[in-house]
Design a protein around this ligand. Structure first.
Ligand code: IFM
Length: 471
């Protein structure tokens, strides 16, 4: 039984109390259940390169992450996604696990180079067959597929033509979207054009720690702009299949000034512009925030681009992990200085701060008024113990889930139209430059044997999904 504690309110004072449930005082308390509306989606999220493996099997072309991970010195312990969770061969088992956890939605990404090995033109039928089997298996299990088009694994063939630095990639992305709509649009109805374009742009082209490993701010500004145009071009293509709902997923962090001084407030404005608004403002038709344009090289905007980046979308996907507290830093490279907080952290060194999720959801709801919001990622990496007799205790992750789901519920109460939550991630997987060290899954993956073990957090999440409520 994973519950150690229970939240309840005192009938006398009405104040929230967290304590052990004592049967002797049960008559004096009201047990508080946080309920979610009918139809709320409970899912997990994954990405192709992080779980599929089969990196060069059945005609798949290489992606920039294959190249990057195969380059010495790029990934901890020289680990790669060559095998990862071997999901390409074990998707059936993974869908059965999701079904056993009572989940009714699943967010995954297509590998562009598995479907179009050269990035455009020739279609790899074996890739189409794999995703057909995955999608059919999800639907048979009553699990609604949410498909991401681009979760960073650009076909290497297109990177050789300058990747997202080249404006013509927008047409390639639209062609790719058409291939997806034609082959899967009869069954996939929920589409996410991009995953976290800010991370792809900055980690891959400014800091150089993600593929393609560049450190070139001018290139990054071009990448950001072409990602936004690619999103804009893909939306109508995907919408052309009947019943399609299209959105995009942004990494959003809760920005907070360290103090209420004017200097810290200014720092927060710059941080918010650079980390959040640089993508969210253009997606919702507001163009680039002026503070962001002070910090990065000029994006190559042509007439009509601001409209092209902002077609109407059906939902916004929010990925939230932590907050960023900042202080005045007029001479810092981006005019703000992040201030580390003393609070509890995950092994990614990210502060655990559930209120930030509530604040971000409420803020985007008020600012952009999207019809719907899905939390498309939220989760925590911890050091897990080995399973004992098939059980793996991960109380920190259970607590993380409880506190963040409470935040989602609070955001809903405050008017944010959140209609689903996707925990990151289904099973431990390849965490980019960290390799397999960081474990986020609610299911353990033993990478030597590929054995899956549902963690306590998975059992807890299954109960939440079944009850559609948080005990
Ligand atoms: O693993 C990543 C995912 O690919 C994108 N969002 C953040 C996760 C955790 O770092």
């Amino acid at each position: 039984m994973p519950y150690e504690r229970i939240d309840f309110v005192s009938a006398a004072s009405g104040e929230g109390i967290t304590s052990k449930l004592r049967p002797c005082i049960f008559s004096e308390i009201v047990v508080k259940m946080i309920e979610f509306p009918d139809g709320f989606l409970w899912g997990t999220a994954t990405a192709a390169y992080q779980i599929e493996g089969a990196w060069d099997e059945d005609g798949k072309g290489p992606s920039i992450w294959d190249t990057f991970a195969h380059t010495p010195g790029r990934i901890e312990r020289a680990e790669t996604g060559d095998v990862a969770c071997d999901h390409y061969h074990r998707y059936d088992e993974d869908v059965a696990i999701m079904s056993g956890l009572n989940l009714n939605a699943y967010r995954f990404s297509f590998s562009w180079s598995r479907l179009l090995p050269e990035g455009r033109g020739r279609i790899n039928q074996a890739g189409v067959d794999f995703y057909n089997k995955l999608i059919d298996s999800l639907l048979d299990a009553g699990i609604r597929p949410f498909a991401t088009l681009f979760h960073w694994d650009l076909p290497e063939a297109l990177e050789k033509e300058d990747g997202f630095r080249r404006r013509g990639i927008v047409d390639d992305f639209a062609e790719y979207a058409g291939v997806l709509a034609d082959n899967f649009g009869d069954r996939v109805k929920d589409w996410i054009t991009l995953n976290e374009p800010s991370v792809y742009t900055f980690m891959g082209h400014v800091f150089g720690v993600h593929a393609p490993g560049m450190q070139d701010p001018v290139a990054a500004a071009r990448v950001a702009h072409h990602l936004l145009l690619a999103h804009g071009a893909a939306v109508p293509v995907l919408r052309s299949s009947e019943g399609a709902r299209v959105g995009t997923t942004l990494a959003l962090t809760a920005i907070e000034p360290e103090t209420d001084s004017d200097g810290d407030a200014e720092a927060a404005r710059y941080a918010h512009a650079l980390q959040n608004r640089i993508f969210s403002d253009p997606v919702f038709g507001l163009g680039y925030p002026k503070e962001a344009l002070e910090l990065i090289p000029e994006p190559p905007v042509e007439p009509g681009d601001l409209e092209a980046m902002a077609p109407e979308i059906d939902f916004l996907g929010v990925n939230y992990y932590t907050r960023t507290v900042v202080k005045h830093g007029p001479n810092a490279p981006f005019k703000f200085i992040p201030v580390a907080q003393p609070g509890p952290r995950t092994t990614m060194e990210w502060e655990i701060y559930p209120d930030g999720l509530r604040n971000v959801l409420v803020d985007v709801a008020k600012t952009y008024k999207p019809d719907k919001i899905f939390v498309t990622e939220n989760g925590a990496a911890f050091i897990d113990p080995e399973p004992v007799d098939g059980r793996l205790e991960d109380p920190d992750r259970v607590a993380y889930l409880k506190s963040h789901l409470t935040a989602v519920s609070q955001a809903r109460d405050l008017g944010a139209p959140v209609e689903g939550y996707f925990y990151w991630t289904l099973m431990d997987n390849f965490e980019w430059s960290f390799g397999y060290r960081q474990r986020f899954g609610i299911v353990r993956c033993d990478f030597a044997t590929q054995k899956r073990t549902v963690k306590d957090s998975g059992h807890f999440y299954a109960q939440v999904a079944k009850a559609n409520a948080l005990p």
